[in-house]
Design a protein around this ligand. Structure first.
Ligand code: AMP
Ligand code: MG
Length: 486
């Protein structure tokens, strides 16, 4: 049976997308298939790995009846308005309904130029593709909503970046690829009819319950706001920095999308930025909630024509939803950080407890992940000496430990342990490990990639044979800058 895909997005009017032509890579070969994911989606593995399957995943060969498209969208990039972006190096192959009944987009990245390439080559480096694979699977392992990598296809082609590099295509799935920027595009075009069609499409796919709401557009705004507040809190809980939270990279589904210059931070500092192009620190770790809020305001603006016919009333209603963001985010952040400290409930003094620890961590440049991991391990083993060393055996930290232990007297120790162990990962996709894996893969060796993938897929489980993956980078291994992986 051939691979069955539908494409309901391609049934929308033609101004929603551009058709794409297959680009035939010189030598498409399968580098990696996410077998467990493929099975969960109901794909037949022999079919997906057959020459026809690989041709499809490389964007080289479309079976009859398939209508792949490049989606159009706009966006604010670092605050500047770009009226038309769109999939410049990507395409939507179609949708698949998993046996669970959930529908996913199947999307290719690096599959060649489209009508929206704006002078770019439409390609992706193998390094960027592997980076997305590793980090998105790490996010999935951490329980964070995310797009997921299904396969990597090598093209057999070198592309020119700062030097010639091997190129690849990433096949990935998402609940959809509709972004804040998709709504912005049609708002910018003053195309109310298209906005309405997009709204209905999104409601049916992502929040059918809102279709019955008194004001479906407002209800969508509220749902997206809640999902983004929780998503950003979950990033911060894990020390994750998205790096390029432009409105075209914020998904309506609430999944983490667009793994470009993203990174997990090593040493804790709230102003940490990795992206080489984020000179102002716009998307720094601690700035992410403010930026999500800003993006949501752009979504609200684009939805105004659908929220109500009276512009003033519509704006007031939208503002009311937006005003809920801070509380929504704060509650999500507090719940998540309370769990990191083992607390069952977030009490009135707990904000200060969290703050003091973070201030001490910043002071000594403690490794974010390792610090919470040592706290977890120290509690389990009733020996916090390793963590004391991190803080230079300071009296300030000793004081904090006393406060924390006093606070936990109200809680059952076993529950504290469970909470901490499920909120504080042992392994993250550390930058230096990702870079090492990519360097080796560029030379044709995928061992490090495979090992790292295995480790980060189970971030909360001790994997004693991979102990060293817990470690922070040595000074000479620290990666300070990441690049918008094209
Ligand atoms: P990003 O911020 O990385 O998501 O990319 C912003 C825009 O640039 C999107 O419209 C991408 O499709 C486009 N883009 C990025 N890299 C390339 C490339 N190599 N060729 C064509 N378009 C690209
Ligand atoms: Mg993008």
């Amino acid at each position: 049976m051939p691979i069955e895909l539908t494409n309901s997005y391609a049934e929308l009017p033609e101004r929603f997308y551009a058709p794409v032509q297959p680009a035939t890579p010189p030598e498409a070969s399968l580098i990696k298939l996410n077998g467990p994911l493929a099975e969960r989606l109901g794909f037949s593995l022999p079919e997906l790995t057959s020459p026809a399957g690989i041709g499809l995943l490389a964007g080289a060969d479309f079976p009859r009846g398939l209508t792949p498209v490049a989606m159009v969208y706009a966006g604010h990039q670092f605050g500047s308005w770009a009226p038309r972006l769109g999939d410049g190096r990507a395409m939507l192959l179609g949708e698949i309904m998993a046996p669970s009944g959930v529908v996913f987009d199947l999307h290719l990245k690096g599959s060649g130029p489209t009508q929206y390439s704006r002078g770019g080559d439409g390609k992706a480096t193998l390094g960027a593709v592997l980076r997305e694979y590793l980090v998105s699977e790490a996010m999935f392992g951490l329980g964070i909503p995310t797009t997921r990598a299904l396969a990597v296809i090598a093209t057999g082609e070198q592309i020119m970046r700062e030097k010639p590099l091997p190129s690849a295509v990433l096949a990935r799935i998402a609940q959809s690829h509709i972004r804040v920027g998709t709504f912005q595009y049609f708002y910018g075009q003053k195309d109310r009819e298209a906005l309405k069609l997009l709204l209905n499409f999104v409601l049916a796919r992502h929040c059918p319950e809102a279709m019955e709401a008194e004001n479906p557009a407002l209800s969508l705004l509220k749902t997206v706001m809640e999902r983004q507040a929780d998503l950003v809190a979950s990033w911060m809980q894990m020390g994750f920095i998205h790096g390029v939270m432009n409105t075209d990279n914020m998904s309506i589904s609430g999944e983490t999308i667009d793994y470009g210059p993203c990174a997990f931070m090593d040493a804790y500092h709230p102003a940490t930025v990795f992206s080489s192009i984020d000179q102002q620190g716009r998307y720094a770790w601690a700035n992410q909630p403010a930026m999500a809020h800003w993006n949501l305001a752009q979504l609200a603006q684009s939805l105004l024509p659908l929220i109500g016919s009276d512009p003033k009333q519509a704006a007031e209603a939208a503002q009311q939803v937006l005003d809920g963001f801070s509380d929504q985010f704060q509650a999500a952040y507090e719940t998540r950080f309370a769990r990191k400290l083992g607390l069952g409930q977030f009490g009135s003094h707990d904000g200060a407890l969290i703050q003091s620890l973070m201030a001490e961590m910043q002071e000594v440049g403690a490794d974010f992940t390792q610090c919470f991991r040592l706290l977890t391990k120290g509690w389990q083993q009733d020996d916090l000496s390793e963590l004391r060393v991190v803080f230079g055996n300071s009296s300030a930290f000793e004081h904090w430990l006393t406060r924390w232990k006093n606070r936990l007297k109200q809680d059952d120790p076993a529950e504290v342990r469970t909470r901490m162990a499920s909120a504080n990962p042992i392994y993250i996709a550390r930058n230096h490990r990702v870079e090492q894996a990519i360097d080796a893969a560029n030379d044709g060796d995928f061992t490090l990639f495979e090992t790292l993938l295995k480790v980060v897929a189970k971030p909360f489980e001790e994997q004693t044979e991979f102990d060293e993956y817990e470690n922070a980078p040595r000074e000479d291994e620290v990666v300070r800058e990441t690049y918008c992986g094209t």
